[in-house]
Write a protein that binds this ligand. Structure first.
Ligand code: CS2
Ligand code: MG
Length: 402
């Protein structure tokens, strides 16, 4: 089955998405999500200039060889742009493979280990009162797991909390907006927030929180320890992940489960974290971490060390990425949980999907392949809009992690 053509479709139905479409001489095409929030055009250029010409004429079924061709063969390996492009190619080829066999993708990944996928919702508010209300709303919608993020008095803007009444979307048009950060305020605020959530909603609901890379290891250790009484499902990105051994300090001080890696892009970002059991969940998504071919290897390594998956699923990962994740989530034994931030209604004008939410779980239909299609004509109605993620500074102006 030869690859005859491939193209990159960029659209902005409420936010930018980059989709790779690969065509074959069997009349079957596959889709891959190549969206990298705030860096979309870099991935487009990498695909169009350095990948697509080399794809033409190759056998679409050879996913393992093509993965290594675009990884090892690239020489300049790893990194978010390179790996987002490679991930999109891999997802499109697995989509083709499953469509050619007229079966849902999960059947090529071991079949169903479960019939539905546990998901977690986002609840956030400008202040604790609004946040508690948001948690109640998600409980009413049937969610069994809820990520809780709140505005903090004295901080004008903070990660994870929508500004105004628009749904939360971190990338804003134009150049990066600047936010201010105060670790001391954050560290004293968060344990009180989770005490109030537990006091209000009890112990049954799974609670998650995203530190978003902003603590040093000892600060993260303090926070994880102080959150122990509230039995979080996970504390995410407690520290930045470049220094994997930094998690040793957190692990020594707390039993709060740890998740990390939505900004990771290969297994090499995880080797110490997994083999030393410094984490409990792998966040690296299919669309940034090397696709099905690579995440299958990462998940297999994780399984040996009691580590589960908890894939990134923010709105800046397209429906192609979410649907592919659901196939993977259905199939592997060491699935943990799936992030689920519903896309804006305008997204479904462009993407048709086969998943639906019901009572805390996502359910997937049995369409062949990944089960998502993209209407190219409708996509043209939503042209790309340059947007950038914020930049974060401490109170004295020191550039910090966003
Ligand atoms: C967040 C993301 O979903 C999450 O856990 O960390 O919202 C992240 O901030 C965005 O994906 C960045 O584009
Ligand atoms: Mg996160």
């Amino acid at each position: 089955m030869k690859i005859t053509d491939a193209k990159v479709i960029v659209c902005c139905p409420g936010r930018n998405f980059v989709t790779l479409k690969v065509f074959t001489d069997a009349g079957i095409y596959g889709l891959g999500d190549a969206t990298l929030n705030g860096r979309e055009k870099a991935v487009v250029a990498y695909l169009e200039e350095h990948c697509i010409p080399a794809l033409i004429g190759r056998d679409a079924r050879n996913t393992e060889d093509l993965w290594h061709y675009f990884y090892r063969g690239a020489y300049w390996k790893r990194g978010p742009v390179t790996m987002a492009a490679l991930s999109a190619i891999d997802l499109a080829l697995w989509d083709i493979k499953a469509k050619a066999l007229n079966t849902p993708l999960y059947n090529l990944l071991g079949g169903k280990s479960r019939d539905r996928v546990l998901v977690y919702a986002h609840a956030n508010g400008k202040d604790p009162g609004e946040t508690l209300e948001a948690v109640g709303k998600k409980r009413d919608e049937g969610f069994l797991a809820i990520r809780v993020q709140s505005g903090i008095p004295g901080m004008s803007a903070i990660y994870g909390v929508a500004q105004g009444d628009q749904p939360y979307e971190p990338a804003q048009r134009g150049l990066p907006k600047e936010e201010r950060w105060d670790t001391a305020k954050y560290l004293s605020f968060v344990p009180k927030l989770f005490r109030s959530v537990r006091d209000t909603y009890g112990d049954d609901v799974h609670l998650l929180h995203d530190v978003h890379h902003r603590c040093t290891p000892i600060e993260a250790a303090r926070l994880a320890k102080e959150l122990e009484p509230y039995h979080l499902f996970w504390l995410e990105d407690a520290v930045t992940g470049e220094l994997q051994e930094g998690l040793r300090l957190v692990r020594q001080h707390s039993t709060t489960p740890l998740a990390i890696g939505e900004v990771f892009n290969t297994a090499y970002d995880y080797t110490t974290l997994i083999t030393e059991q410094l984490i409990d969940f792998v966040r690296m998504p299919l669309s940034h971490g090397g696709g099905i071919t690579h995440l299958s290897k990462v998940a297999a390594l994780a399984a040996l060390y009691h580590v589960q998956t908890g894939f990134h699923g923010a709105t800046d990962l397209s429906p192609v990425s979410l649907a592919a994740s659901l196939h993977f989530d259905l199939a592997i034994n060491n699935f943990g949980i799936q992030e689920y931030m519903p896309h804006a209604p305008s997204v479904s004008e462009v993407f048709t999907t086969g998943y639906r939410y019901e009572s805390g779980f996502l359910h997937l239909d049995d369409a062949p392949g990944i089960g998502v299609d993209l209407d190219e004509e409708r996509a043209k109605r939503y042209p790309y809009v340059p947007a950038a993620l914020p930049v974060n500074r401490k109170g004295d102006g020191t550039l910090f992690y966003w």
